[in-house]
Each structure stands twice: as C-alpha cells, then as structure tokens.
Write a protein that binds this ligand. Structure first.
Ligand code: HEC
Ligand code: HEC
Length: 210
C-alpha cells in the first residue's frame, strides 16, 4: 500500500517533468526554424525598441516611396507617370480589375517589356496595384502596417512579401525602367538585404509620430 501511494504522489511530478522536457526540446529547436521566427513577428515587435524598428524599416520605405514603385501604388484611381508623379496622360484610370477602364486597358499600350520603339514601359502583367496596396502619402508607421497586413497584401506572410520584392517582374522593372526613367536608387541586392534584415528582426513597424 505504502509503495503504491508513493508512486501516485510522484506521478504528477513525473508527468510535469516529461511535459517540461518536451517544451525545452521544442523551444531549443524553434530558433532553427526561420518561418516560425517570422510568424512570431508580433511577439518580436513588442520586444524591439521603437528606434531600432524605424532604423530597420526606413531603408525599405525609401524604396517603396520611389516614383518607380509609387506610380503604380496610388491611393486613388489614377496611375502616375514620371519622377513628378503626374496623373497618367490620356486620362487612364484603374477600372474594376485594376487593368484599366474599357477604352484604356493597360495592356493596350504596355507590353511584357519596355518598348524601344514607342518608349512605353512594360513588364509581364502590367497593371495598377489594388487600392488596398495604395501607399501614396503614408508615413512610415502606416506604410509598414499596410504592407504587412494580410488582408491588404494578397494574404502574404513576411517571407512571401520578401519573396515578392525579390522576384516579382513588376517590382524588378523598377531597376530596369527603360527610356530615360530613373531606376530605384537603392541597388536591388542591397534592397533585398535590407528587407531580410527587417524580416529577420520580426518585421517591426515604427510607431506613428504624434
Ligand atoms: C506596373 C505597376 C507596378 C509597379 C511599377 C510596381 N508594382 Fe507593386 N504591385 C503591383 C500590383 C498589380 C500588385 C498586386 C499584386 C500583383 O498583382 O502582382 C502589387 C503588389 C505589391 C506588393 C504587395 C504584394 C501583393 O501581392 O499584393 C508589394 C510589396 C509591392 N507591390 C512592391 C513593389 C515595389 C517595391 C515596387 C517598386 C520597386 C513596385 N511594387 C512596383 C503593381 C506594380
Ligand atoms: C494609351 C496608351 C496607354 C495606356 C492604355 C496605359 N498607359 Fe501607362 N503609359 C503609357 C505611356 C506612353 C507611358 C510613358 C510615358 C512617359 O514615359 O512619358 C506610360 C507610363 C506609365 C507609367 C509610368 C512609369 C513611371 O514610373 O514613370 C505607369 C505607372 C503606367 N503607365 C501605368 C499604367 C496603368 C496601370 C495602365 C492601366 C490602368 C496604363 N498605364 C495604361 C501609355 C499607356
């Protein structure tokens, strides 16, 4: 009886020890998994100092604000042109599918590549970014929170966002815009490094200035 009782008293501790053991092993493995780290962005966000968050995001913001990107990411229905971001000539508008209204379909003029002949810039699937990805005029805090919002960015997690900016043809066009257009100032490999540094820190967003 005495023995039996001892076993029952010890049992909860034994179970707890096993559970803790599993926890320790799991948490030891967690840092190896980049995706887990990235998925944990919100937790990291709370730990990171606001100054550090601004420092990591501001080089990313500088690229997003470049006219080559911003001209396709307006917060209204007009694509923009040029470094002065004037509204697209010929009264071109977004249309229901971001591909232009009936008589001004983007692909009527924009092809898969820049045209040496007509001077019209081009890249595969040329069209306007959805309104939810409109960035014009946003401060760093709002630009960052908009960017990482899965409801707005086509359901992308941080890894997929980085991937998009590393490989998407419309993004890459910003570095080979054709004609005498100014390419994005930050070289693309450096941009990817800056993006990765921000992502690895958990994609922290700066806090809004008051
Ligand atoms: C020709 C128009 C165009 C240009 C130029 C452009 N984008 Fe976009 N962008 C889009 C469209 C359209 C989408 C929506 C996703 C899609 O259909 O590819 C988008 C979406 C995005 C997204 C969100 C991911 C998503 O799938 O919604 C990011 C981030 C982005 N663009 C970054 C950039 C950056 C950085 C540049 C400049 C280097 C840039 N874009 C230039 C049209 C453009
Ligand atoms: C009637 C022909 C035509 C149509 C339709 C058209 N574009 Fe353009 N687009 C042009 C021409 C021409 C240029 C080059 C203007 C220049 O460089 O001065 C241009 C330039 C642009 C630029 C400027 C690139 C930059 O950064 O300077 C963007 C962005 C753009 N178009 C987006 C669109 C979108 C989005 C649509 C559809 C909603 C569209 N365009 C429909 C003819 C057209």
């Amino acid at each position: 009886m005495g023995r039996h009782r001892n076993f029952l008293t010890v049992l909860p501790f034994a179970i707890a020890a096993v559970v803790i053991g599993i926890g320790v092993i799991a948490s030891a493995q967690a840092p190896l998994d980049r995706n887990l780290l990235i998925a944990d962005a919100n937790a990291a966000d709370e730990k990171i100092a606001p100054a550090k968050a601004s420092q990591l995001f501001s080089p990313v913001a500088a690229v997003l604000r470049h006219p080559r990107c911003m001209n396709c990411h307006p917060r209204d229905d007009r694509p923009r042109q040029g470094d002065d971001r004037h509204p697209h000539l010929q009264n071109i508008v977004r249309g229901d599918d971001n591909l232009g209204f009936v008589n001004g379909r983007c692909t009527a003029c924009h092809r898969d590549e820049n045209s040496q002949h007509s001077g019209v810039p081009g890249a595969p699937t040329w069209h306007l970014a959805p309104l939810s990805m409109g960035w014009q005029g946003l401060g760093d805090a709002e630009l960052c929170s908009t960017l990482i919002d899965k409801e707005k960015n086509g359901g992308k997690d941080i890894a997929a966002l980085v991937e998009h900016m590393a490989k998407d043809p419309l993004v890459l066009w910003g570095w080979t815009p054709g004609g005498d257009r100014t390419p994005v100032s930050t070289p693309h490999p450096q941009f990817v490094k800056e993006l990765t540094a921000w992502a690895d820190a958990g994609a922290p967003c700066p806090t809004a200035a008051k």
